[in-house]
Ligand binder design. Sequence first.
Ligand code: HEC
Length: 157
Amino acid sequence: MLTINRKYLLILSLLSLLLNAGLLYVFFYKGEKVVVSPDGRKEIKMSEKNRAFVMREMRGFLESVQQINEGIAKNNPGIIAKVGNQSGTCKVNGVPQGMIKSLPFEFKQMGFGTHELFDEMTKMAKENYNRQQTQEKLNQLLNNCVACHKTYKITTE
Ligand code: HEC
């Protein structure tokens, strides 16, 4: 009797482990509803409201990139110093409930890395502005935009 119970317990624990690993994979790593789109990109599905949120943030990114470039062109770090407020990691707090689990791990990593780079640009502009290094950082930032756009698209469910 006892041995059968132990076997049951073992099987149940293994099943629960597998289930947990599966859930972790779906919600944390792969993203809740991610499919491969016919154009080869990974398609993330989310609510219309959440997509609108991400796209608003994207337009903010573009505006910040424009400001950084203007700062470099005019050699005026004051313009660059503002981008952290618009596109830095402070923006991560405002992400709507339920959106995180719809995003694949790699997307979150690239997205967060991009917010961090905007903070770094602000810091550089405020503390030790150097035109050449700012331009190199901007290039690093743009590589992030390109890499993510190549890999993902977002549609509504
Ligand atoms: C983590 C991924 C990711 C990063 C990093 C990223 N984007 Fe995006 N962006 C997207 C996705 C996904 C879309 C939607 C594309 C689609 O559905 O075809 C998008 C759309 C946009 C749009 C269109 C917005 C609209 O209103 O339709 C702009 C502009 C944009 N991104 C700018 C940028 C800029 C500039 C950067 C870099 C500073 C950047 N993005 C970095 C994922 C990203």
